[in-house]
Design a protein around this ligand. Structure first.
Ligand code: NAP
Length: 288
């Protein structure tokens, strides 16, 4: 790997035995990143992929791994998460498309030895960018000359628009930007209403994902942009989440709690994070 990776400071990586559940594009990328960070992949669960050690989850997995990283398929996400939670296997869940079942899963895992971090976007850069966007909105909010807008670019093959990440970004901005509370993501054949925040999308080429937040006034333009280069950022964040969980944490966490832990360590508070059930950008996204 040639690019530097974002590294959390609260983690003290030891060599982990990792299980990969789902060995498609993300699973293979996680494999590479995990090895580069000194971990061993001791199980690969996938129904068809070459290199898989088993086609499905079995109880024996608990003795083979210190944690699993799941980038598989929405259809089996709920069963997989319940399996991890009940068996106490620390799990990082990157698989998307199951968030409407989050409350039911939380209820089913009450009292179980679950140790799970889930996120619809494991890029630490994106999570930090989202926080930065909210802080920027808070800074600009008192100055009525500024109008806010959002734009995102993705490759021609992306099936949905706007991206889930863009929706999370909009929600973070709007939490600090009361004068444009209505999100408009469609084409406008009219003037934009003052209370609308317009989020537009462009599809083309091979762009892995670019998100831009703009504050514009009659005098100037301020642009904040996150530009992903590859899927490697998702894999790196997922492996760091596994390292974080392997410290012995129990609960159902999002990437935000991991970041809070990093900041607490940096501030010297050392407060151990508890699973939060406040709406994070992740939990808010599932409601959309
Ligand atoms: N959170 C993030 O940061 C992030 C980033 C990128 C992608 N994702 C999500 O991660 C998931 C996987 O993405 P991908 O691009 O890697 O997809 P992919 O290339 O299609 O890979 C998924 C793999 O999982 C296998 N699989 C299906 N059901 C399984 C099960 N029950 N147990 C084990 N393996 C199973 C699939 O096998 P078959 O093909 O034989 O079904 C396939 O090999 C998607 O939900 C995607 O939205 C999340």
């Amino acid at each position: 790997m040639t690019e530097p990776q974002t590294t959390t400071q609260a983690t003290a990586p030891r060599s982990l035995r990792l299980g990969l559940v789902g060995y498609g594009r993300m699973g293979r990328m996680v494999h590479t990143v995990a090895q580069e960070r000194g971990h061993r992949v001791t199980a690969v669960i996938d129904p068809h992929a070459p290199g898989a050690t088993a086609p499905a989850l079995t109880p024996e997995l608990a003795g083979q791994v210190d944690a699993v990283i799941d980038f598989s398929a929405p259809a089996t996400a709920r069963d997989n998460i319940l399996f991890y939670g009940r068996s106490g296997i620390p799990a990082v869940v990157g698989t998307t498309g199951w968030y409407d079942q989050l409350s039911a899963i939380q209820a089913e895992l009450a009292g179980q030895p679950a140790a799970i971090v889930w996120s619809g976007n494991f890029s630490i850069g994106v999570r930090l960018f989202t926080r930065l966007a909210a802080q920027a909105a808070a800074l600009f909010a008192p100055f009525a000359d500024y109008d806010a807008l959002l734009h995102e670019f993705h490759h021609a093959g992306k099936a949905d628009s706007p991206s889930g990440t863009a929706l999370q970004l909009a929600q973070a901005v709007q939490s600090e930007w009361p004068r444009q509370p209505q999100l408009e993501t469609g084409r406008l054949d009219r003037q934009r209403r003052p209370q609308e925040l317009h989020l537009s999308s462009t599809r083309g080429g091979h762009i892995p994902g670019t998100h831009t937040l703009i504050f514009d006034s009659p005098a100037d333009t301020v642009e904040l942009t996150h530009r992903a280069r590859t899927r490697e950022g998702f894999a790196a964040g997922a492996v760091q989440a596994a390292e974080w969980l392997a410290g012995g944490r129990r609960g159902l966490f999002t990437l935000d709690e991991l970041l809070d832990d990093v900041f607490a360590a940096q501030m010297g508070t050392g407060a151990s994070p508890q699973p939060k059930h406040k709406p994070s950008p992740d939990t808010a996204a599932r409601k959309r």
